[in-house]
Design a protein around this ligand. Structure first.
Ligand code: IVH
Length: 674
């Protein structure tokens, strides 16, 4: 509810302050005071008020985290002072050598150090003017980085503005720079990779690569979805360190509302630092993000200045790197696991080996190509690596006189090891898949996807419930959800009458959701939300979609041969067709409004680039799509038109190079409407 208000400006500012406070509690210190729903309500109130009074929207409003238009590339920006890297050490001895040098060069033998976790992400500088975030810059080559401000603004632990009073109290000037580490927490990493895999996209190898890939996204909306986190460890004014001790800097950043890693310690001498290093080596797996070592920094800035730099790294800091957690063991067998999308993953069955305090018994081999690349055979000795939460992986075959080679060659099974359905490998693809929607291995994940928010929205049907439902055989496919009775639900653990009724109500409500949700919910490989929408509009019913062949499917916007084949494959399985019949019988909406897209631009492909003056990208895309055209992201010889707005970059160059028609907005409008 939006209270009618005589002074909207005041109300807006007070809401913003409240929201900033709760963002801080939630994203920075991880100690929320209100529920997500209450938070969403505040945000909604602010959005509504801002919509009524657009003139009052400011870039530092919490509603503006995702607001900017995507741009062509990233502008290069020089750093206020070089962003340095660190020298590494790998043993206690090397670490003590480093301390000796510190003593010699500084003439002091009792030195305080700050020990910090070495976070495994990428370094990022943030510039604040008048307490407001104005720029985020990647490290780049250390002297010049890239302006990634729009994306950085989506990171919830980055304050968009800090009240003057707060800065004053923390002893920080109004214009300053912070530097720190941007990273992707393991939970986000896992989720992102699962989603990518479900869409048939390549997965990121580790959270560090995923962070770099995410912050360099052209669409800040994508960055926002991927939930990055940012920890600060440096404060500069005009390129120079501000406080006289590093420990003070960290405390001041803390006080100003930045996220500063709490796992830090001021120590006297390297002995104490060594204790810190060892403690964290044992505990590193308990962290929600990856670290690859400990950074030790001389606390007093005067001493830091005396010590200075060598080449690219300061003499006043050193990184102690933890050993890559690897072990050598025998590969006893290779088995095949089936994931939600039916992807078959070969898994190495290993002779148990202790790596970094954990016994590892299996490791992923990713796919058949990887097995061939490694040249691995069953019976080989292999090197296995593990990092944090990430599944251990086989990295190489050991081949020396102590480790004789194995002989047995691995073959992908021809049928799914769980349900026996014929396995399929689509032309040009790396992965083999089981395409039976009722395969029990895929069941749990399929049900979770179907019930999730944005799909069939069955609130309350999360991990815990789906586990019980599938384990007890109450739900064997998505249609079984609609057969559940109250008695079924009450027979489960931790289920009261009220919750059971709520779930039944949610299930009932889901029946009214439009056709595109059901299509999306089926979990057809490569059919995401958007494709499902196009399919629903084109065919207008599940029945028509089921009947469509590869050719016809390719008339649908954004559907190419691979997606078309995946859809045909799905409906060619009798069990999948039966499933749809049952959903129909349960009362789901399997028909919708056919949307006649124009045919004027049928077969024509457009690429949008640069900033358009009169339309947003979405509007332009919609216009083209409504007229039957297709909008794609990259320019090729097959592109019919490149619509170039202001500041168009590499795509425009490519269009010129390939001789593709380049038009402006006006011409686009003429082609579409005229
Ligand atoms: S201080 C001049 N502190 O490690 C000192 N760096 O290998 C600059 N890193 O580029 C860095 N955690 O991206 C510092 N607590 C920490 C760190 C840290 C991770 C990264 C940073 C740097 C790289 C050097």
């Amino acid at each position: 509810m939006v209270p009618s208000n005589k002074d909207p400006e005041k109300k807006i500012e007070s809401l913003r302050e409240k929201i900033r406070h709760h963002e801080y509690l939630y994203y920075v210190i991880d100690n929320p005071e209100i529920s997500d729903a209450e938070f969403d309500k505040l945000m909604r109130q602010l959005k509504d008020l801002e919509a009524e009074h657009p003139a009052l929207i400011t870039p530092d409003s919490p509603t503006q985290r995702v607001g900017g238009k995507p741009r062509e590339g990233f502008v290069k920006v020089p750093h206020s002072s070089p962003m340095l890297s660190l020298d590494n050490t790998y043993s206690e001895e090397e670490l003590r050598d480093w301390e000796r040098r510190v003593h010699e060069l500084s003439g002091h033998s009792d030195v305080d150090y700050v020990c910090e976790l070495k976070l495994d992400g990428m370094s990022l500088a943030l510039i604040y003017e008048d307490g407001k975030l104005v720029r985020g810059i990647t490290r780049g080559d250390g002297s010049v980085g890239e302006d990634v401000t729009l994306n950085v603004r989506t990171v919830r632990s980055v304050p968009l503005s800090i009240p003057k009073e707060k800065l004053r109290k923390a002893g920080i000037p109004a214009n300053f720079e912070v530097r720190g580490e941007l990273l992707m927490p393991l939970a986000s990493f896992k989720k992102m990779n699962e989603e990518r895999e479900a869409k048939g996209l390549s997965v990121f190898a580790n959270p560090r690569n995923a962070t770099a890939g995410t912050v360099r996204q052209l669409e800040s909306k994508v960055t926002a979805e991927r939930r990055l986190d940012y920890f600060t460890y440096m404060l500069l004014e005009n390129g120079r360190t501000y406080f006289d001790r590093h420990s003070k800097t960290l405390d001041a950043l803390d006080a100003a509302g930045f996220k500063v890693n709490q796992n830090r310690k001021l120590v006297h001498g390297i002995d104490e630092a060594w204790v810190f290093i060892q403690q964290w080596e044992a505990k590193r797996d308990s962290l929600p993000y990856e670290i690859d070592g400990i950074v030790i920094k001389v606390d007093r800035i005067a001493l830091q200045d005396e010590l200075g730099f060598t080449g690219k790294a300061p003499r006043w800091a050193i990184a102690y790197k933890y050993a890559a957690r690897a072990g050598i063991t025998k590969l006893e067998d290779i088995r095949v696991q089936v994931g939600r999308t039916g992807k078959l993953t070969p898994v190495a069955m290993l002779a148990p080996v202790l790596i970094g305090g954990t016994t590892v018994r299996n490791a992923t081999l990713h796919n058949l190509d990887e097995i061939e690349r490694l040249g691995v055979k069953i019976g080989d000795w292999v090197q296995v690596e593990r990092g944090g939460d990430v599944i251990p992986k086989v990295v190489k075959v050991i081949d020396d006189k102590d480790h004789p080679r194995g002989h047995k060659i691995f073959h992908m099974p021809e049928t799914c090891p769980v349900c026996g359905t014929q396995v399929v490998r689509t032309e040009g693809e790396v992965d083999y898949r089981c395409v039976n929607a009722n395969c029990p291995a895929k069941l749990r994940e399929t049900i979770l996807h179907f019930a999730s928010r944005g799909v069939m929205n069955i609130d309350g049907m999360g991990d815990a419930l789906v586990n019980q439902l599938t384990e007890r055989g109450l739900v064997k496919n998505v249609a079984d959800i609609y057969k559940l009775t109250k008695a079924d639900l009450l027979s489960l653990e931790r289920m009261g009458d009220k919750s059971a009724q709520n779930i039944l109500d949610e299930i009932e409500a889901s029946k009214k959701l439009p056709l595109e949700r059901v299509i999306y919910g089926l979990g057809i490989r490569m059919v995401g939300e958007r494709t499902a929408q196009f399919l629903a509009e084109h065919f207008g019913s599940m029945e028509e979609l089921e009947k469509a062949g590869v050719e016809e499917l390719q008339n649908v916007n954004e559907v190419g041969p691979r997606i078309a084949e995946s859809i045909v494959e799905f409906f060619s399985i009798a069990a999948n067709r039966k499933l749809i019949e049952r959903l129909r019988d349960a009362g789901l909406k399997l028909t919708g409004q056919k949307k006649q897209r124009g045919t004027k631009l049928a077969g024509k492909t457009f690429v949008l680039t640069g900033t358009l003056a009169h339309f947003t990208r979405d509007e332009a895309r919609k216009m083209i799509e409504d007229a039957g055209g297709k909008v794609t992201g990259s320019v090729s010889k097959k592109t019919d038109y490149v619509v170039a707005g202001a500041d168009a970059g590499s795509k425009l160059d490519k269009a010129k190079e390939l001789g593709v028609n380049v038009i402006d907005e006006k011409e686009m409008k003429n082609i579409v409407v005229g």
